[in-house]
Design a protein around this ligand. Structure first.
Ligand code: WT7
Length: 631
C-alpha cells in the first residue's frame, strides 16, 4: 500500500474518488481482521452516520503487536528516551511490548475493567503510557488520555463527561527541570468524580503520594498478581476505540470519538505513506500521547506497521537546546516529526547547538499542528535535513484521526508553507460563507471535506447533536474543518488558520470561550474577551481584555491572580500572554463582542479597524487602543 511515485499517487487518488469502497477495501487487506466486512462504507453527513468496514471484527492490538511477533518479535517497537539524561534509554522489542500489554490488560481486568468501560489515562511520557493505551484496546475498554498539562478541574470535567470507571496515573512527571505532581492533581480531580472506582498508580518520579484505601493501587504491585497471557477482545469495526477531548469555539471541550476499524486503517495507511516508512528505520515523533498526534503517530500508526517509534519524555530545550539533535545522533533517527513551535524555539538558539551533531541518518522531516512559516520551514529543511530530506507539512485535526492534506515523502514535490495535496481518499473543497463551492485554482475559502474517510470522528461522546451542530451543520452535506485555506495556481493547499474562535497556541488547541469562562471565575472580573495575536515562537499568543472595576491600583497582583485562576480552571497551557484592563468592550447593539476589532488591537494594527458603525459605544474602542499602547 506504499505509494512510490507521483504517477502512482495520481492514479490512487483518482481511484479513491471514483471508487472509494474498492480503494479502501484494498487498503484494508493490509491489516489483520478476525472476520471480514460485508460493506466497506455506509454514510450520510446529515445525521451524521458513518460506518466503515461494517460487520468486520478485529482487535487493533493484534495488528500493532501479535502480527509482528513471528518475523519481528525481537525488533524494537518503542525506544524510550527519558527526560533526565543521566538515565538510560529503554528499548522494548515487539515481544516485550506484547508481553507488557497483555500483563497490564490482565491488571485492568483484575480491577474490574470490561469491554466498553471508559478509562482515563493521565500519565507522563513513559512506555507505560503506551502500554496502558494498548492494554485498554486489548480488552475493548475505551481510553481517554488527558494531557499532563491540564488541571484537576479539567480532568474532573472530562472524567464525568464520559463516566470513567478507572484512572491510570503516576506519582509524577518530569518536564525539563520541573516536576508535575500527577497523583496530587488526580486526587483533587477525583473528589468530584463519583464514577471512578479504582486508580492505578505507576511509580516514576518517586515523590511521596497519598494512596486512598480501596481505591488506589500501585502498578508495580498489581502486575505481580497476573500473568502475561491475555487474549484480545473481539471488537466490531465500529466499536469505540477511544475518546479524546478537544476544544471548540463554544462551551466545554468535546469528546471526539474514534472507532476501531476505520481509525486503524487510516492511521496505518497514512503513516506508511506520508513518511515513506521503510522497515528497520527509526521514527521519532516529538508530540505528547495526550494529543491526537501521539495517538496516531507514536502509538497506533507506527506500531500497526511494525515500525520503531521513539517515545521522548522531555522538552526540546532541556538540559540544553541540543536535546533533539543528541537523540537523533544516538538512535540514528531517520524521520523526525515535530511542531513549528518547537522548530521556532530551537531556531532562536542559532547554530551553536547543532555543532558536531551527526544528523546524517535523517531521511524525512515532518511538521504538524499549525501553519509553518517559511523561515522555520527553510531552517528545518536546510539545517536539519541538509536540503536532502523531504519535509512534509501535514494538515489534519483531532477529528480527522489522521493526516489529510500533506506531501507524501519522496513522492510529492514540496513548497514552503503548503500542506500541498490531499491524500488518496480525501476530497477537500473550499466554500464561501454561504457554503457555495469556490471552484478553480488561485482562490481562498473555508476548508470542507465532502466525502467520508475511514479515520473521521463518528460522534462526540454522549452528545451526537453537538457533533452534528459543530461539524456537519454549518454547510449542508459537508464536514466543516473550521480552517481557512488557500488553493494556489498549482492546486496546492495552504492552511491559513482557524476561522472560528479557536486559538492554536504552540500547536495546542484552546477555545477563546473556555479561557474567558476561566478568567470570569476570578472574583472581581466583570467580563472578559480573549483573542489570539501573532507570537514569534508560539504561533499565536493569548490576549485577554478584562473588565475589572475592583483593582484599586493593584494591576500586577490582579493579573497574577487571574493567571493562577486560569491555571487552576484549565491548566498552564491556557494562561494569557497579555492581560489588558479596560472599562468596556466593543459590542454590537445586540450585545455581541466584536472580536474582529479586538484582534486588530491585539495585533497592533489599529490603522484600519473596518466598519465600527454597528458599535453600541464607539468611544470604548479609542480608550482600549490608548490603554493597549501604554502597556
Ligand atoms: C488544528 C487542529 C493535527 C494534529 C495536531 C493538532 C491546525 C494542524 C496544521 C498544518 C496549518 C494546521 C489547524 C487545525 N493545524 N496542522 N500542517 N498547517 N495548520 O490537532 O489540536 O485537533 O488542531 O490545527 O488549524 O484545524 P488539533
Amino acid at each position: 500500500m506504499q505509494i512510490t511515485s507521483f504517477k502512482q499517487y495520481e492514479e490512487d487518488y483518482k481511484k479513491s474518488v471514483e471508487n472509494p469502497e474498492q480503494f479502501w477495501g484494498e487498503v484494508a487487506q493490509n491489516f489483520q481482521w478476525r472476520k471480514p466486512w460485508y460493506k466497506v462504507l455506509s454514510w450520510n453527513f446529515k445525521d451524521p452516520e458513518i460506518k466503515w468496514f461494517e460487520g468486520a471484527k478485529l482487535n487493533i492490538t493484534e495488528n500493532c503487536l501479535d502480527r509482528h511477533l513471528a518475523a519481528n518479535g525481537d525488533k524494537p517497537s518503542i525506544i524510550w528516551e527519558p527526560n533526565n539524561t543521566e538515565e538510560e534509554s529503554v528499548t522494548y522489542t515487539y515481544k516485550m511490548l506484547h508481553e507488557r500489554v497483555c500483563r497490564f490488560a490482565n491488571v485492568l481486568k483484575r480491577n474490574g475493567a470490561k469491554k466498553g468501560d471508559r478509562i482515563c489515562i493521565y500519565m507522563p511520557m513513559v512506555p507505560e503510557l503506551a502500554i496502558a493505551v494498548l492494554a485498554c484496546a486489548r480488552i475493548g475498554a475505551v481510553h481517554s488520555v488527558i494531557f499532563g498539562g491540564f488541571s484537576a478541574k479539567s480532568i474532573a470535567d472530562r472524567i464525568n463527561d464520559s463516566q470513567c470507571k478507572l484512572v491510570i496515573t503516576a506519582d509524577g512527571a518530569y518536564r525539563g527541570n520541573k516536576q508535575i505532581p500527577l497523583k496530587e492533581v488526580i486526587d483533587d480531580a477525583l473528589i468530584g468524580c463519583p464514577t471512578v472506582e479504582k486508580c492505578i498508580v505507576l511509580t516514576h518520579v518517586r515523590t511521596p503520594v497519598s494512596m486512598l484505601k480501596g481505591r488506589d493501587v500501585w502498578w508495580e504491585d498489581e502486575v505481580k498478581h497476573v500473568n502475561d497471557i491475555c487474549e484480545a477482545e473481539e471488537m466490531d469495526a465500529e466499536d469505540m476505540l477511544f475518546i479524546l477531548y478537544t476544544s471548540g469555539s463554544t462551551g466545554k471541550p468535546k469528546g471526539v470519538v474514534h472507532t476501531c476499524g476505520g481509525y486503524m486503517v487510516y492511521a496505518g495507511y497514512t503513516f506508511t505513506n506520508v513518511f515513506n516508512y521503510k522497515p528497520g528505520e527509526v521514527y521519532f515523533c516529538t508530540a505528547d500521547i495526550g494529543w491526537i498526534t501521539g495517538h496516531s503517530y507514536i502509538v497506533y500508526g507506527p506500531l500497526s506497521q511494525g515500525a520503531t517509534s521513539v517515545l521522548f519524555e522531555g522538552i526540546p530545550t532541556y538540559p540544553n537546546p541540543s536535546r533533539f539533535w543528541d537523540i537523533i545522533e544516538k538512535h540514528k533517527v531517520n524521520t523526525l516529526y515535530t511542531a513549528p513551535t518547537a522548530i521556532r524555539s530551537l531556531m532562536s538558539f542559532g547554530e551553536e547547538p547543532l555543532i558536531g551533531k551527526d544528523l546524517s541518518s535523517i531521511r524525512v522531516l515532518g511538521s504538524v499542528g499549525e501553519p509553518i512559516n517559511e523561515e522555520a520551514w527553510h531552517w528545518f529543511d536546510e539545517k536539519i535535513g541538509h536540503g536532502k530530506a523531504p519535509l512534509v507539512d501535514t494538515w489534519w485535526q483531532t477529528e480527522t484521526g489522521g493526516i489529510m492534506i500533506s506531501p507524501i515523502a519522496t513522492v510529492t514535490p514540496t513548497k514552503p508553507g503548503f500542506a500541498t495535496l490531499p491524500l488518496p481518499g480525501i476530497q477537500p473543497i473550499l466554500v464561501d460563507e454561504h457554503g457555495k463551492e469556490i471552484e478553480g485554482n488561485g482562490i481562498s475559502g473555508n476548508l470542507c471535506i465532502k466525502f467520508p474517510w475511514p479515520g473521521m470522528l463518528r460522534t462526540t461522546y454522549g452528545d451526537h447533536e453537538r457533533c452534528k451542530q459543530t461539524y456537519f451543520s454549518t454547510y449542508e452535506n459537508l464536514y466543516f474543518t473550521g480552517d481557512g485555506c488557500l488553493r494556489d495556481e498549482d492546486g496546492y493547499y495552504r492552511i491559513t488558520g482557524r476561522v472560528d474562535d479557536v486559538l492554536n497556541v504552540s500547536g495546542h488547541r484552546i477555545g477563546t470561550a473556555e479561557v474567558e469562562n476561566a478568567i470570569n471565575m476570578h472574583a472581581g472580573v466583570v467580563e472578559s474577551a480573549v483573542v489570539g495575536y501573532p507570537h514569534d515562537v508560539k504561533g499565536q499568543g493569548i490576549y485577554a481584555f478584562v473588565i475589572n472595576p475592583e483593582m484599586h491600583g493593584e494591576a500586577e497582583l490582579t493579573k497574577k491572580d487571574i493567571l493562577q485562576t486560569v491555571t487552576r480552571v484549565i491548566g498552564a497551557i491556557a494562561k494569557p500572554d497579555k492581560i489588558l484592563f479596560v472599562s468596556g468592550l466593543p459590542k454590537t447593539r445586540s450585545g455581541k463582542i466584536m472580536r474582529r476589532i479586538l484582534r486588530k488591537i491585539a495585533e497592533g494594527d489599529t490603522g484600519n479597524l473596518g466598519d465600527t458603525s454597528t458599535l453600541l459605544d464607539p468611544a470604548v474602542v479609542d480608550e482600549i487602543i490608548e490603554a493597549a499602547k501604554k502597556q
